[in-house]
Design a protein around this ligand. Structure first.
Ligand SMILES: NC(=O)c1ccc[n+]([C@@H]2O[C@H](COP(=O)([O-])OP(=O)(O)OC[C@H]3O[C@@H](n4cnc5c(N)ncnc54)[C@H](O)[C@@H]3O)[C@@H](O)[C@H]2O)c1
Length: 248
């Protein structure tokens, strides 16, 4: 196969959760640009509806709540014979551990871990039956380090990286690859608060050898690679995309 043909997603169906957000919309644009039909899922229905209009053909949207099993089942049905599932929706609660409420704890774990596992299980069933497909989770580099005020978020994302390994192990022989991307701090709404504090902004930058925060496109590029034929021998892996933040 000519090298660049490995990145041709024509005729492929790609389901993106959190598609109204910074990273999810960059992923949707990237796969759409490479010929895929994209299914845009998010609890922000106006956001995904607007993105579907912007993309024009080969784009559908679906109102979706990743903390609700009925909604997860509905998206799995809408995803149909998806070739690629991008499990990207997520939330961040930024609170000291001693201020954490039961509701916050449940919300973060249900959205960032339980929902990811449930959707993978349902969409993956069809992939395993068809012996074709790939799943990519958006985890976090915080799965590998301590993360002040983000205890539950980091724990849930560590769970996603661990889940990636077991799903890859069980489904590899059925022709289905499962991988994870662990972004560092990326310029999206999720980081609005941190990035708007000049001191924290500068402190964060100091730690990054490549000298800038991540762009949503940096994460989308990694997703394209992992979903492509160029990565056909990679499974169970978490790819850290953080400008080297984790190195010191
Ligand atoms: N921005 C970063 O620095 C960073 C770093 C590491 C990991 N991540 C991860 O990247 C992913 C995308 O985040 P982002 O940075 O684009 O933030 P974002 O806030 O721009 O996008 C997140 C999207 O997820 C959607 N969402 C949240 N809860 C949902 C739910 N219950 N059901 C359906 N949709 C829901 C939101 O509506 C939003 O559109 C998340 O999983 C996040 O944890 C982000």
């Amino acid at each position: 196969m000519p090298f660049l043909d490995q990145f041709d997603f024509s005729g492929r169906r790609v389901c993106v959760t959190g598609a109204a957000g910074g990273i999810g919309s960059a992923m949707a644009r990237a796969f759409h640009g490479l010929g895929a039909t994209v299914l845009l899922a998010d609890r922000d229905r106006d956001g995904v509806a607007a993105l579907a209009v912007e993309l024009g053909g080969r784009a559908e949207w679906h109102a979706y709540d990743q903390s609700d099993i009925a909604s997860i089942e509905g998206l799995a049905r809408a995803a149909g014979e998806a070739d690629v599932l991008l499990n990207n929706a997520g939330i961040l609660v930024y609170e000291p551990l001693l201020k954490l409420t039961w509701e916050d704890l449940r919300r973060v774990v249900d959205t960032n871990l339980v929902g990811v596992i449930a959707l993978t299980r349902l969409v993956g069933e069809g992939m395993v039956r068809r012996r074709r497909g790939t799943v990519i989770h958006t985890g976090s580099q915080l799965a590998f380090s301590g993360a002040e005020f983000r205890a539950v978020y980091a724990a849930a994302k560590a769970g996603v990286s661990q889940f990636t390994k077991t799903a890859a192990l069980e489904w590899g022989r059925h022709g289905v690859r499962v991988n994870c991307i662990a972004p560092g701090r990326t310029l999206t709404n999720m980081n609005r608060r941190l990035l708007s504090d000049p001191a924290d902004h500068a402190k964060g930058l100091e730690r990054i050898p490549l000298g800038r925060y991540g762009r949503p496109e940096d994460i989308a590029n990694a997703a394209v690679f992992l979903a492509s034929e160029a990565a056909s021998y990679i499974t169970g892996h978490t790819l850290i995309v953080d400008g080297g933040w984790i190195l010191p």
